[in-house]
Write a new protein. Sequence first.
Length: 312
Amino acid sequence: MSDPAPAHLRTRSDGGRAVEYPPAPEPLPVAVYDNHTHLEIADGALPIDVHEHLERAASVGIAGAVQVGTDVATSRWSAEVAAREPRLLAAVALHPNEAPELDAAGTLDDALAVIDELAGRPRVRAIGETGLDFYRTGEDGRGAQFRSFEAHIAIAKRHGLALQIHDRDAHDDVVATLRRVGAPERTVFHCFSGGEELARLAADEGWYLSFAGNVTFKNAENLREALRVAPRDRILVETDAPYLTPVPLRGRPNAPYLVPHTVRFMAEVLGAELDEFCEQLAANTVQVYGSWQDEPVTGAAERRDRESGAEA
C-alpha cells in the first residue's frame, strides 16, 4: 500500500478575510451529499484535514462528498484519498485554466493521459472539473481549452463516468461543444452560474444543475431564477469549498459541514418541504455518481480485522 496522501497540497490566502471556521449548523432531517469540494486546500487559521471535515459533515447530515481535482497533482490526491475514505468519491481533471499553460509547455497530452489513467481507478466517479473559462483566459489560450474540454468529454464517455463542468463566461461555447461532440449521459454544471434561460436549456438536454453557496448571495437573483425553473430531479448541491461560503457566513472558510445552510435556503426559495427536498437531492446525487458503498475502500478488510481483534 502506498503512503497516505498529504493532508493538504496548497493553502488559500486569507486575503484579509475572517479565517475562523463557523460553528456547525442545525443538522438536516435527511442526509445529503456535497457533490463538489476541494479538501486538498488548507484554509482558515486552523486548517481542517479530510477526516475532520468528514466527521463535522456527518454530524450535520452530510453523508459524503465528491473530492475534485483541478490538475495532475490534485487529481492524484483526490483518487488516492477517495480510495481510502468511504465517505469520499473522486473527480479528476485539468481545470480549463490549466490547459493553455500545459499546452504552451508541450505537456497537455501527457497530463490528459494521466487523467485517463486515474479515471479507471476505484471510487473515481467523475471527470471534472473541466470546461471553458473565458474570464481569466484570453483568445490566445482558448484553443487549448477547447481541446482539453473535448478530450475530457471523451475520457468521461470512455470510462462511463459523470462529467463535472466548469463554465465561466462561456455558456454558449460550453453548450455548443457538448452538442457538437455529444455530452456524457450524466453531465453536471458545477457551481451553476447561468440564469433561467440556461437552466431551461439544460433541463431540455437532461443535464444537472449544481448550486453552491453563491445562490444565497444578495446579488444572485439569476441563480434563484434558474433554481425555480430547474426540474427537481436535476438539482444538486455543493460547497466548492473552501470558496463560496453561504450567507450568513460569506467570506469565512467553507466546508462540507456548511451545506445545510445552502440546502435550507434552496428549499425556502422553492417552497419545498425540507425533508422531501433533502430526499430528492440525495437521490439525484446517487443517480449521477452511484452509491458511496458500491466499491470498498483500500484497507477496509485490514481495518475490520484490527477492529475485530480489539473487540475480542
